[in-house]
Ligand binder design. Structure first.
Ligand code: BEZ
Length: 218
C-alpha cells in the first residue's frame, strides 16, 4: 500500500472547493446549495456500517438545532447512489430516523480528494470521518478529521458551530472549553489609547492582554 500519495489538503480560510455531485436529494452544485448560509459537509467511511449509522442518525436528530442556526447539512461517502438510497431506507425502516439532508455519492472519489477526506495511511478506498464548517461566504472556517474507528462528538460539532457564529457576531475570541453563556476573550489592545480604555473598562482582567467580557447570548 502506498501511503505516501499526496492529495491537496484544504486549509482554514480557503474558499471551499466547489463540485457537482449526485446526491440522495438529486444532482447539485455545492456552491449553489451552500449559497449564503452556513454549511456543514461531513464524510463517513461507508454505508451500512455501524458507527456511520450512529453518526448520520445523530446529524438527522439534530435537524431542529441546525435549522435554528441557519446551517445546512450535507453528507458524503465513497458509495453509489443506490447504496445510499438503500441505506437511508433501511435506517428509516429499522429506527424511524430519516436522513433528509443530501448524501453525496462520491464513487470516483473526486470530492473526497478535494477535501482531504481520502487519507491513504488510514484507508485507500474509504473517506475518513471529516467535518467542514463553511461560512456564508463559502470559506472554510473549521475542519475536523477523525479516523475510521472513532465516532465524532455531536455536542462538539454543535458547540463549534455556535462558537464560529459567536466570534463573527461579537468580534471576539473564545477560550479553552468555552460554551454558550461563558465570557469571551476581548482581543488585546493594539494602541496605547486602547490599552488605557481597557484599564478603565469593567472587563474581567487577569492582565491587560487577557481580558474577558460577558456576551448577551440568546
Ligand atoms: C463503522 O462505521 O462502523 C466503520 C466503518 C469503517 C471502518 C470501521 C468502522
Amino acid at each position: 500500500m502506498d501511503t505516501n500519495v499526496i492529495y491537496p489538503m484544504p486549509r482554514i480560510g480557503d474558499q471551499a472547493p466547489d463540485f457537482e455531485a449526485l446526491t440522495t436529494t438529486g444532482k447539485l452544485r455545492f456552491s449553489e446549495y451552500a449559497k449564503g448560509s452556513w454549511t456543514i459537509l461531513f464524510s463517513h467511511p461507508a454505508d451500512f456500517t455501524p458507527v456511520c449509522t450512529t453518526e448520520m442518525s445523530g446529524f438527522a436528530k439534530e435537524k431542529a438545532f441546525f435549522n435554528e442556526r441557519g446551517a445546512k447539512l450535507i453528507g458524503l461517502s465513497i458509495d453509489s447512489i443506490h447504496a445510499h438510497v438503500a441505506w437511508v431506507q433501511n435506517v428509516r425502516e429499522k429506527t424511524g430516523v430519516l436522513f433528509e439532508f443530501p448524501i453525496i455519492a462520491d464513487l470516483d472519489m473526486s470530492v473526497a480528494k478535494k477535501y482531504g477526506m481520502l487519507q491513504p495511511g488510514e484507508s485507500e478506498t474509504a473517506a475518513v470521518r471529516a467535518v467542514f464548517f463553511i461560512d456564508p461566504n463559502f470559506k472554510i472556517r473549521l475542519m475536523m478529521y477523525y479516523p475510521l474507528n472513532v465516532g465524532r462528538n455531536m455536542e462538539e460539532i454543535k458547540r463549534a458551530l455556535i462558537a464560529l457564529q459567536t466570534v463573527d457576531q461579537h468580534k471576539c475570541a473564545l477560550p479553552l472549553d468555552w460554551k454558550p453563556g461563558d465570557k469571551a476573550i476581548v482581543p488585546p489592545p493594539k494602541t496605547l489609547e486602547e490599552l488605557d480604555a481597557r484599564l478603565n473598562s469593567d472587563y474581567e482582567m487577569v492582565d491587560f492582554y487577557l481580558a474577558r467580557k460577558s456576551l448577551n447570548l440568546n
